[in-house]
Design a protein around this ligand. Structure first.
Ligand code: ASP
Length: 575
């Protein structure tokens, strides 16, 4: 039906007769016998000159055949790639009429997201969405190519499964043939990819859809897509290299530049220096350790488990009101309070607490924080975990650039602990799923209880990009006896472990190779590559923040007969 795409016509095409197909982006009548139509397809917009456009409306679908010519001098549009040319002497065929669009498609106008999603097919016509979807396709394609080059085989794992142990709630699907029983939708292909290793696949990958019934956020949807990979007879260094290659290729395919560096940091250092296991290293404001400095202080507030601070260069112009607001935030995040000190021109400190500090303490503090005139020093004294966490959030609050700025900074976080902390009941809080291998030298610690478990280091690693956790992976347990011990340490009761994962333990009994793997979120990677704050912008048909799809109206009730078939009866709604 067409010879060319709208957005690709240039001066060199002038004189050619072309046929174009697309949507009417705009029409302008100029008197009786002259009208302009901006015709749009996924490549962009071109101006079409016609005698009249009385019977043409926005978003009509047209086929236009005409001659390309240079626009008259003075009417060229340097902001449009096709702005030097127009198509004239046109024959216009209306292929489809259209209702007035539910919202203006102008990129500059913000439209309520519910309306955009209800009419997603109209929204997708916009340049931003076309770009995002196409970047996503490029990323997928580059990842596939890279994984294949590295000897990985694409294998599809099932969607209707028993259950996965990623720690989120499962979505479930009732079974018709076995009423009262349910399938779970996969939170990840974790168990199947490990079974593939037992099955001799050697290197598996999949661009896998995963489903987790968790609260939605800007970087989280119920369903998301990840590159899922697993390999046998490899070390964690090998796995990080496979993944680095895939991510670097995907990035290069989009930006034209292969990221040069994938530095790594230990989990411990990340927590101490950035207060988080997913540091955004696009900016400084690192956490500075001060506990030792105040070991013998008279100042009650600083007689704490941990004293840490950040230096905000030039931050001394914060008003009292701003500092009070920061203090409020810090309390909401769980700290007892926030100490602030402004560094004056003469390097003296202006703060409500100066009188409690000795001269030596003041001097040491200025030295430890590399303080300069005009700086603001912010200090939290608390339990170590709290101080780190709160300062980590404060650091982001004060310094985090928008997604599209500051470049791409990948970071491997390695040497995760097996358990991050103990919960209120004293049970260990796992850092990863229960198939993660502890470090060889820490295996004996699996027999400890309570705090002792926190000492166990795992062979687990995360990949972080600009402060977003892209993904995680680990060397896996491949021996049934160690696996059983890990389940025990997790507090998974034996009958429970047997019922949920007995098949895996059985499989390990039939000859399991040592293996390791990783998965990273493609939605997140693409969002950052195109500079979107919200992953919904890089998903063709996402759910809203409340988990609904305004377009198809999912989730919806099902017919009573269907419920009966499934052996289900509904309880009265809780509203
Ligand atoms: N299954 C893990 C996840 O989906 C990744 C991995 O350990 O390979 O987060």
């Amino acid at each position: 039906m067409r010879t060319d795409y709208c957005g690709e016509l240039r001066g060199e095409d002038s004189g050619r007769t072309v046929s174009l197909c697309g949507w009417v982006s705009r029409r302008r009548e100029h008197g009786e016998h002259l009208a302009f139509i901006d015709l749009r397809d996924h490549t962009g917009i071109v101006q079409v000159v016609v005698d009249h456009a009385h019977d043409i409306r926005s978003e009509y679908v047209l086929r236009v055949t005409g001659k390309v010519r240079m626009r008259p001098e003075g009417t060229r549009n340097p902001n449009l790639p096709t702005g030097d040319v127009e198509v004239c002497d046109c024959e216009v065929e209306t292929l489809s009429r259209a209702e007035p669009p539910p919202f203006p498609l102008d990129e500059r106008l913000e439209t309520d997201e519910n309306i955009r999603l209800k009419y997603r097919y109209v929204d997708l016509r916009r340049e931003r969405m076309q770009r995002n979807l196409r970047v996503r396709a490029k990323v997928n394609s580059a990842i596939r190519r890279s994984m294949e080059q590295q000897g990985f085989v694409e294998i599809e794992t099932p969607m209707l499964i028993a259950n996965t142990p990623e720690g989120a709630r499962d979505f479930v699907v009732p079974s018709r043939l076995k009423p009262g029983s349910f399938y779970a939708l996969p939170q990840s292909p974790q168990l199947f990819k490990q079974l593939c290793m037992v099955g001799g696949v050697d290197r598996y990958y999949q661009i896998a859809r995963c489903l987790r019934d968790e609260d939605l956020r800007a970087d989280r949807q119920f369903e998301f897509t990840q590159l899922d990979a697993e390999a046998s007879f490899v070390s964690q260094v090998d796995v990080r290299e496979f993944i680095t290659n895939a991510v670097a290729s995907a990035t290069e395919a989009v930006t034209g530049q292969r990221p040069a560096e994938f530095p790594s940091i230990t989990w411990h250092d990340a927590m101490e220096r950035y207060g988080t296991d997913k540091p955004d290293i696009r900016f400084g404001l690192e956490l500075i350790e001060l506990t030792g400095l105040f070991a013998h202080t008279e100042f009650k507030v600083f007689q704490a488990d941990c004293v840490k601070g950040i230096r905000v260069p030039g931050g001394a112009d914060h008003t009292r009101k701003q500092l009070d607001a920061l203090t409020e935030k810090v309390k909401l995040w769980g700290a007892k309070g926030l100490v602030w000190l402004k560094v004056e021109e003469d390097l003296s400190l202006n703060s409500p607490i100066t009188k409690f500090l000795s001269d030596a303490e003041t001097e040491n503090l200025l030295g430890a924080m590399d303080a300069e005139a005009g700086d603001l020093l912010l200090i939290v004294a608390d339990r170590r975990a709290t101080a780190r966490h709160v300062l980590g959030l404060l650091r982001l609050e004060l310094g985090r650039p928008p997604v599209a700025e500051g470049g791409l900074h990948f970071l491997w976080v390695v040497d995760f602990p097996l358990f991050e902390d103990l919960d209120e009941e004293g049970l260990p809080v796992p850092a990863h799923h229960p198939f993660t291998m502890p470090k060889e030298e820490d295996l004996a610690l699996l027999d400890s209880e309570g705090k002792g478990l926190l000492e166990i280091r795992a062979q687990a690693y995360d990949l972080v990009l600009n402060g977003w956790e892209l993904g995680s992976g680990s060397v896996r347990v491949h021996r049934p006896d160690i696996q059983q011990k890990v389940f025990d340490a997790w507090g998974i009761a034996r009958p429970d472990a047997e019922q949920r994962f007995g098949f895996l333990l059985d499989a390990f009994g039939y000859g399991a190779p040592p293996h390791a793997g990783f998965a990273f979120g493609i939605d997140r990677l693409v969002a950052i590559l195109v500079g979107e704050e919200n992953i919904r912008e890089v998903i063709a048909f996402p759910k809203t923040q409340t988990g609904g799809d305004p377009l198809t109206e999912a989730p919806m009730e099902i017919a009573p007969d269907h419920l009966t078939d499934l052996g289900l009866r509904l309880l009265p709604h809780k509203s």
